[in-house]
Ligand binder design. Sequence first.
Ligand code: ADP
Length: 966
Amino acid sequence: MQERGINSTFKKIIYESSEMVFLADDTFPYSIFYGNESFESQIGESLEERNLVGLGLDINAYIFKEELILTLGNKDYSFRLELPQESGSNYFLFYKGKEQKTHGLPGRKEIHQFFKSGLDLIAIGQHDFLTYTNSAVKPILGYDPSELLNTSLCPFIHEQDLELVRDLWRTKGNKDQLGFFKARFKGKDESYRYLECSVQFTEEHFYLIGRDKTDQFESEQKVKHQSQIQTKANRLSKSGTWYLDSIGVHWDESAMAILPKDKSELSSIEFGLKSKLQEIPEGKESFQESLPNSTLELRGELINSISGNKQWIGVVIDTSERKELEDSVQLVKNLLKESPDALMVVHPDGKVFLCNDEARRLLGVESGQRFQHLIELNVIFEETDQWKDWINITGFELGSKRFSTLLINGNGKQLTLEIASKTFHDNGNDLVLLSFKNITEKVTLEKTLEANSDFLMNLTEQVPGGLYQLLLDENGKMSFSFLSKGISSVLGLSAQDIENFEDISVAISRVHPMDLPNVIMSSVASAKKQEPWQCQFRVKNEAEPTGYRWVLGAARPQTLENGDMVWYGYLTDISQQKEFETKLDEARKTAEKASQIKSDFLSMISHELRTPLNAISGSVYSLLQENPNEIQKNTLNTINFAVDNLIIMINDLLDFQKIEAGKLTIEKAPFNLKGLVEQVMKGLSFHARDSKNDMQLHLGDGLDLTVKGDKTRISQILNNLITNALKFTHDGHVDVSLQLKESSQNKVKVYFEVKDTGIGIAPENREKIFQDFDQVKPTFSTKYGGTGLGLSITRRLLSLMGGSIQLDSEVGKGSKFYFELEFDLATEKINHHSEFNGYSKDFSKLHLLMAEDNDVNALVLGKIIKKWGYTFERVGDGAQAVEAVKSNTYDCILMDIQMPVMDGFEATSEIKKISNTPVIALTAAAKLEIMEKINEIGFDGFVAKPIDAAELLKKIKEVIKEGQSS
Ligand code: ADP
């Protein structure tokens, strides 16, 4: 002790002190070289190493401190410290050592231990920096305490909680205050832990204790969430909960939402519920009941409450929606079941969930038969593998699929089915809806349609010529919307040309320029009038020698709904037909020319024949007047008969030729029917006498009529028939009958009949005799004469007048020709050509003018006139005749028609302007031809050449008389 500079006084003080004192070297390891008794008894004796290092004291940490705590075992001892002061002292003095009294509080070590091993997080820091964390930080946040030293607290706190923590630090930091907060701390694994913390703030430090409440927090969150779900679910399911306690029934919010708002109603429900619960017998622990007149349903259950008592709790449910839902589910089920479509619902694995009646019927599954899996249908499909594959694919894939297949159903019927599938979700399950459609008919129909279409296509291709469809759109553009193959051959185009051949202008450019206007005009007319189009035209065709081919185009237009117009038409090659037509036309022209030549020839020949006949007839007449002897007379009569026959023949021929040529027109002029018939009969009376027949007219009542018709033609018909009757009857009867058949205000129908008792006509000849040039026997050499044209002409004339000739006959007994004609009744007066000329004539003395250029004719006619005892003047042409009339007066003028200088027509019309003298036309030209003109010019009469003297005389007297009487 001495050598360390410790004096004895000091030593004594130390020694006697009741408090612990010890001295240690000031050099490592700071050995304790002296301890007083108190020290030795409490500490020193138990020390194994008597130095400061052994005591765990780092003397450097105490250099500026006057006190140090020495922890030994479970005890803390505090000492005051005196560092060496003087150069002589080389020790540390520890004095006033005493055991620190903790009064039951843990000691420093204990605290240390507590700090170290506590479950709660303990942290100490300055400002927001951590200076200490206990090891609980590892299990809670995953860090080693050393990792957190001198780090800021902020980055560990969830950003949503950070503001709250900062607030706390701002308000309470450095102020000796206590604070609490809850926050999420980020762990090393980035997950958050929920800590509940208390912080003690001091001027320099903060002391934080945090408890990991994550589990509790999460379960609270869960509960909260569940309660939210519950409320929501209650709302959605329209239900709520209730419980019953001593106070009464308690409803939750959701229950209140569906219960009646009216308080009295609510209390009556509560009352009802309570009474119900009372009625529930012992042992029954639940009930279910619908409230009367309401969609509400109550359910309850008896439970053990927390207090251990039994308690009723339950739910109230508004079942309206559920009912609706149930109804709609039922409806859907029914719909599915009753659907007229065959439907099936299966699980994706092919297990059948539902199969409606229609599907069973279609697939031939009998109603009692179990049908559980699609695979059971394998047997009915023709392509079993296809079906298997299909159900595999469709079953598992989402979306819809379609598939058609052939099957023979359970009833042995072969069908084509279209099967469609669609996968859908129901209640978390995947289901597949299958629909089966019997498309057998559709397929058959499609096949038929296809066949029809093929047929039509074939037809289109095979018909000669080409078919097309032409479209005219609203902008006036015309284009071909369809062209059959045949078009190419008609238009002489290649198949490729045809493909690009849409534009109408290409077609038009191929039409012959001469035919183009016609094509366009007819098309426009067709479009305008919506009438079918038809046109013949030439189109370019290199194969033809002319470079063109004749084509017939025809089309029918149709207006489409959109206003466009289409023509459905065809083009066909008519070159051959055209060629034929041209030939035909040439032949026709040749025939017409021939006919004209024939007609001209007949005209000419008749004229030429008439002139000599005229001469013969006139001469015979003269000779007969000069008292011939019997033999001469017979010869002359024979000549006369032959001449007459020739005249008739010529007239018939000319008429026939005229009718043939279609040049004959039927006149409609007023005449007296009775008068006409009488006149005809009169004209033939001499003939009747000659043939020794008794000829009678039988006129029915009401026939004294003025009708409109062709008097000349009717006379001709009657003449023909009566002449024939007289010709083929000897010593018999010829009866002519007329009957009024029908009569109205302006029309009459008259029956004509000519009946004889002659030779009759055999049945086989009855049709023949009406044919041209046909006679029962060729008659030129027989006694009857004739041409065989009379009846043919008669029939034709009648048909022109609307009548038809009929014949009844019996060989050897006689014949009956009859017909009916309809006439308009005439209202106007009969036009008489000649008017009263002022003469009252003595027919024994007449003065006539003869206009005749032919000297022979003039000579013959002159002789005849002289025979009558009349006088005459002769002029050689029409002009002279007019002059003669101007300077002289005549009783009648006999006017030849064909004359030089001025013909008979012109002369007569001139004469009629200056004189009333009757004019009789004399002509060898065909009667029919000039008849119209004769009437027109105003001749008073007409006598055909060769002149029949008796007829002429009669006519002369007639015209003069008519003139007088009118
Ligand atoms: P034709 O000029 O020869 O008389 P028709 O055409 O008038 O020519 O008559 C044709 C034929 O019909 C006659 O040739 C005659 O054989 C027969 N025929 C016409 N009418 C009678 C009649 N009344 N009785 C007997 N035969 C008749």
